[in-house]
Design a protein around this ligand. Structure first.
Ligand code: IMP
Ligand code: MG
Length: 175
């Protein structure tokens, strides 16, 4: 196994512009309301912070950590909450903010769990979406970019815990 090289897929400027658009759209869609963002540690946090800064209505934010059993590149779909939310979500307009939706298994497990806590609404926003990999249908209301079926890193996304801090989206390639 050789070294890993990162090929840029989506530039920092493109990501930034797209987050501006999403922030504006979300602010408009939830006008007159307050938004409660739930983001999934660790990957979703980078995007969630950037997005939250571009939303003009009042925003609160909470964090959840889930781990899925099995190897790190594939999600088994069996998710365990390793850190639950600090605040109740009953009656709140909740937006789940994720880094990427791949098979859809994680979110298809998480959504019913959160819905049982009776939020006023529950929507999903993801920076990246890999439609070719979808195994479970999960509606996604806000999508930053569709990406091809390649392993991407940066902007919160990791490969063995590295590259989360890259300010752009890249593809990790083994040389
Ligand atoms: P899903 O349950 O298959 O939709 O898995 C989503 C999770 O898998 C994401 O939150 C990521 O942690 C991880 N993941 C899926 N694809 C990638 C990728 O290309 N790069 C980094 N992490 C990924
Ligand atoms: Mg994740």
């Amino acid at each position: 196994m050789g070294e890993t090289v990162i090929r840029e897929l989506i530039s920092e400027e493109k990501v930034c512009n797209r987050i501006n658009e999403l922030g504006a759209k979300i602010s408009k869609d939830y006008e007159g309301k307050e938004l409660h963002i739930i983001t999934i540690l660790k990957g979703g946090v980078f995007f969630a912070c950037e997005l939250a800064k571009r939303i003009s209505i009042p925003v609160s934010i909470d964090f959840m950590q889930v781990s899925s059993y099995g190897d790190s590149r594939e999600s088994s779909g069996i998710v365990k909450i390793s850190k639950d939310l600090d605040e109740p979500i009953e009656g709140k307009e909740v937006l789940i903010v994720e880094d990427i939706i791949d098979s859809g298994k994680t979110l298809s497990h998480l959504k019913p769990m959160l819905l049982s806590r009776k939020p006023a609404s529950l929507r999903l926003c993801t920076l990246l979406n890999k439609p070719e990999r979808r195994e479970v249908n999960v509606p996604v209301e806000y999508i930053g970019f569709d990406v091809p079926d390649e392993f991407v890193v940066g902007y919160g996304l990791d490969f063995a815990q590295k590259y989360r801090n890259l300010p752009f989206i890249g593809v990790a390639e083994e040389q």
